[in-house]
Write a protein that binds this ligand. Structure first.
Ligand code: GLC
Length: 554
């Protein structure tokens, strides 16, 4: 069976950096801990930026470092213009940005506009103010249903489990699509809009190169906050094809992002913003990257795709069709801080309905060897696709998910709001191993303390065990990233190679490079050409199952 009617993508002529950038996500809690308290920090990040630059990336994105009670690992901000003391100070931040720029790395920071922390002064003022006051109008406060207003105002559920409403002392309810400590802002309110424009400028003035914008598709709410038409789906997040959900992707948000784009454009140096817009199908997501809105969105279709040829074929076709129609780059991403690491996700049946539910000790456990082999194949397949690619810290080490975290170390609100039924996302957020055997935390710090202790097996994935070691996952990443740059693949073209586009292989060309991945159970013959990159270590004559090769054919 040959898969037919595939996409064609022409090279971008533009040199705008974000069109082809490799952007590395740093999860600050777990990257490097400079002061030894068990929590990663900004001085730690600065100290290891050189290692990152040597990987061959273009930019870093930092998950939230703003002041926060850390109820959702920083996605609950209590002060948007300060750094959380856990991570350091604004001066540490400036030093980090300065060092990154010296190394030629751009810096994106995470901006969380859909909700604040309940400790934010706006929310505290709203609680202290009477019903109907301007302070309350910063958020979505509403009267409940029932004789005494004792029932939530509508049927919405929180993404982390339980109702999306919490009642306050005077009987009103406030809306939170996430944890009760994360009240949703009312983006219809011009005062909220103005406040965020100031926040954007604050960070742009500090020389950040842009933002990763959290949950932008949640910011608008349908007028009057009506019930979700399908109660079973009211807390499931957006599901494609559902009747228009009143809490996701309202058209009212687009003018806000246009305004933000103007602000970014008014600064020198191609500042950019990437939206975590979970909006499918991609033809719909493409509306978010029209040339006066976001520069990029995460391609969740690709991230969520099962690693099967017919599914990926359709996904990649849909991606180029959608993003090319608005002249935006597709982004490609396999892992982030919200889902099971791809080295584990791909290791057989992992027994969880969604990747953000994590893997617990009593779930079926992934096959590490199979997972790593497939993850390496998937990564190499991804890195030659034209567009921008996001990497998540630790994937360059082939790091697996931590699946046996003891309950006392868990922090994800999902775990608490579901009574442990969904173990949540902590397993992909564990401190990185840098030097094997350097203290209990393998060089994450010098004291061995860690907010989540690493599993023993992380020592063998340490960076020092892989640096300069031929065939290591780290060296595979470095090699591929170097070639990608030298050959201009990020700004390149895309065409399927019909001979390899079928039920067991996928093959595509980007300029003079032919990329083939073998999804089958048997090795296949290598075509003519020079193998310039391979995901498998063993020198083989064919392309083994799960292996990707890059061939130079002209
Ligand atoms: C985004 C973040 C996630 C966070 C949620 C609420 O999906 O990636 O980590 O919990 O938004 O802010």
């Amino acid at each position: 069976m040959q898969l037919v009617s595939g996409a064609h993508h022409s090279p971008f002529i533009s040199s705008e950096w974000w069109r082809s950038a490799i952007i590395y996500q740093i999860y600050p809690r777990s990257f490097v801990d400079g002061n030894g308290d068990g929590m990663g920090d900004l001085p730690g990040i600065t100290s290891r930026l050189g290692s990152l630059a040597s990987l061959g990336i273009d930019a870093i994105w930092l998950s939230p470092i703003m002041r926060s009670p850390q109820k959702d690992a920083g996605y609950d901000v209590s002060d948007y213009t300060d750094v959380d003391p856990l991570f350091g100070t604004l001066a540490d931040f400036d030093a980090m940005v300065g060092r990154a720029h010296e190394l030629g790395l751009r810096v994106l920071v995470d901006l969380v506009p859909n909700h604040t922390s309940d400790q934010h002064k706006w929310f505290q003022a709203a609680l202290a103010a009477p019903k109907g006051s301007p302070e309350r109008a910063f958020y979505h406060f509403k009267e409940g249903k029932g004789l005494d207003g004792e029932l939530p105002p509508n049927n919405w559920l929180s993404m982390f489990g339980g109702p999306a409403w919490t009642r306050v002392e005077d009987g009103s309810w406030y809306c939170h699509l996430f944890d009760s400590s994360q009240p949703d802002l009312n983006w219809e309110n011009p005062a909220v809009q103005e406040a965020f424009e100031e926040i954007l400028r604050f960070w742009l003035d500090r020389e950040v190169d842009g933002f990763r914008v959290d949950q932008p598709h949640a910011m608008g709410k349908a007028d009057g906050l009506p019930d979700h038409p399908d109660v079973d789906r009211a807390g499931a997040g957006f599901i494609e094809g559902e009747p228009s959900p009143p809490m996701w992707f309202q058209a009212s948000v687009h003018p806000i992002f246009r305004r933000w784009r103007q602000i970014l454009d008014s600064y020198p140096g191609e500042r950019a913003m990437c939206g975590e817009a979970y909006v499918l199908p991609l033809s719909f997501m493409a509306l978010w990257v029209r040339n006066d809105e976001f520069h990029q969105t995460f391609n969740f279709r690709y991230l969520d795709s099962e690693w099967k040829p017919e599914i990926l074929f359709a996904t990649i076709n849909e991606s180029f069709k959608a993003f090319d129609s608005v002249g935006a780059p597709s982004t490609w991403v396999l892992s982030n801080h919200d889902i099971i690491r791809h080295a584990s996700r791909m290791g057989g049946v992992v027994g969880r309905p969604t990747a953000s539910d994590g893997i617990g000790p009593s779930d079926p456990q992934p096959d590490r060897e199979l997972g790593l082999r497939r993850a390496r194949g998937a990564t190499l397949f991804t890195l030659a696709l034209p567009g921008s690619t996001y990497l998540y810290q630790g994937e360059e080490l082939g790091l697996p998910e931590h699946t046996t975290i003891a309950p006392e170390f868990r922090q994800d609100p999902t775990f608490f709001r579901t009574g442990g039924e969904r173990v949540g996302r902590d397993g992909c957020r564990v401190p990185l191993p840098w030097e094997s055997g350097a203290g209990a935390a393998n060089g994450f710090n010098q004291t061995g303390k860690a907010w989540i202790p690493q599993p023993e097996l992380y020592a063998e994935y340490s960076r020092d065990q892989q640096e300069g070691v031929e065939g290591s996952t780290l060296e595979m990443y470095k090699h591929a990233l170097r070639l990608r740059k030298v050959l201009g693949l990020g700004n390149g073209s895309f065409d399927w190679e019909p001979e390899y586009t079928n039920a067991t292989t996928l093959g595509y060309r980007n300029g003079g490079v032919l990329v083939i991945h073998n999804f089958g159970q048997e090795a296949i013959e290598l075509p003519q050409g020079e193998v310039i990159a391979s995901s498998a270590n063993a020198a083989s004559v064919g392309i083994e199952p799960d292996q990707t090769v890059w061939l130079k054919t002209k």
